[in-house]
Design a protein around this ligand. Structure first.
Ligand SMILES: [Zn+2]
Length: 300
């Protein structure tokens, strides 16, 4: 999903990305230090731990390795991480973080786990490409994604907050968040309106959203007699042109009287529009957020 090759192979940009990423996660960046032969830098970061005996500043040595551009066998191996213990001790660190654009080899994993099990170091964390990717597609990370992986950003179509907190779009049957599932399959869910009609007008009684197939049990076989459905592929509705066309179309049908909504159905449709807008909209700048104020609540 994210192409780590977008970061050039020199390693310097990867170190910058690592610094910004860990900072975003809440680590405090202490310094960067030379690593020796390969000319790379390790980072020293810290976090404040709260314990029974008061607060403790836990220091991590972070090893940044960017092997994604290597043609083959690009995992980080034991020989790529020499003297882990010595490096940690020489900078008075407590733990070790491996920050890799590929994976840690099983040999390296074993070595690191042993250091922890033998209580040589207090803790270890490995951020490999999969874990970093999991973070980057989450809400709140899109600015990092846009800055360091501009091409992947276009592919991923990350979610953007439009209020102070994320609004999930849960499938009415299985409860899964349709917006999150869309990272795997953009076209897996429908938005459905249930209506009946007289000679001229559709009376929209209810709306819902669900995964296609089994989850969409109403449309499949439970529709009461005399009721019909309009359905829309949510994957289409999040395409910016479609999104605005559909909203304008909805307004036109309300204005002309062709569509008459039950109050609760219209409120639910507005709720839906707000939720999917998180997939359509762009990231706001801090200036814009300050301008509109923090606590936006939509009134619908
Ligand atoms: Zn479902």
């Amino acid at each position: 999903m994210i192409d780590f090759k977008e970061i050039d192979k020199s390693g310097e940009e990867w170190e910058l990305f690592c610094r910004d990423f860990l900072n975003h996660l809440g680590y405090y960046i202490e310094s960067s230090v030379d690593r020796g032969p390969d000319g790379g830098k390790d980072l020293i970061v810290s976090e404040q731990l709260k314990g029974n005996l008061g607060n403790y500043r836990f220091k991590w040595l972070v090893s940044c390795k960017h092997f994604a551009n290597r043609a083959s066998s690009n995992s980080v191996k034991e020989v790529d991480e020499p003297n882990i213990l010595e490096r940690i001790e020489s900078f008075n660190c407590d733990g070790f973080i491996g920050f890799y654009s590929t994976l840690a080899s099983s040999g390296l994993n074993t070595r690191i786990t042993q250091l922890k099990e033998n209580k040589k170091i207090k803790d270890v964390r490995i951020f490999d490409y999969k874990l970093i990717e999991n973070y980057l597609i989450r809400i709140g990370y899109s600015d990092l994604l846009m800055r360091y992986f501009p091409e992947s950003y276009k592919q991923v179509k990350p979610l953007h907050l439009v209020t102070d907190e994320y609004i999930p779009l849960n499938c009415k049957t299985c409860g899964k968040d349709i917006l999150q599932e869309m990272f795997k399959d953009q076209y897996h869910a429908n938005f459905v309106q249930i209506f009946n009609y007289d000679e001229k007008n559709e009376h929209i009684k209810d709306v819902y959203w669900s995964c296609k197939g089994e989850c969409d049990n109403i449309r499949n076989n439970n529709l009461p007699k005399g009721y019909y459905t309009n359905w829309y592929n949510i994957g289409d509705l999040i395409i910016p042109t479609k999104y605005i066309e559909w909203i304008l179309g909805t307004m036109n049908k309300i204005e002309s009287g062709k569509n008459i909504y039950d109050k609760s159905a219209l409120a639910r449709q507005k709720e839906f529009i707000i939720a999917i807008s998180q997939k359509v909209m762009r990231e706001m700048t801090q200036e814009e957020i300050d301008r509109i104020g923090k606590l936006v609540v939509f009134d619908y």
